[in-house]
Design a protein around this ligand. Structure first.
Ligand SMILES: [Zn+2]
Length: 90
């Protein structure tokens, strides 16, 4: 059993990982940690970087809104690339 619970205070999904701000229930300190996108929605065990106590955190799921934002970003990037290719051809 973990000795501490790390509560997710805030989180942000990037293209590469999940950036979280967590609070340790043992030392009450706030720290930030990055997780792989594959770990979305899972319970992860690790040691608190502040007090070293083993604990676990429930990682958030990406919301529908956040998924849509990524789709928009990808479209924009693709369009930019097309423009770039066109200008190279000219
Ligand atoms: Zn701690």
């Amino acid at each position: 059993m973990p000795n501490a619970i790390f509560r997710v205070q805030s989180h942000k999904f990037t293209q590469d990982n999940i950036q979280t701000t967590l609070i340790c229930s043992n030392c009450d300190d706030v720290f930030s940690k990055e997780f792989l996108l594959d770990l979305e929605g899972q319970t992860i065990e690790f040691k608190c970087p502040v007090c070293g106590t083993a604990g676990e955190a429930d990682l958030p799921y990406k919301t529908e809104e956040e998924r849509e934002e990524f789709d928009d970003d990808l479209d924009e990037v693709e369009e930019e690339n097309v423009e770039e290719i066109k200008s190279i051809i000219k």
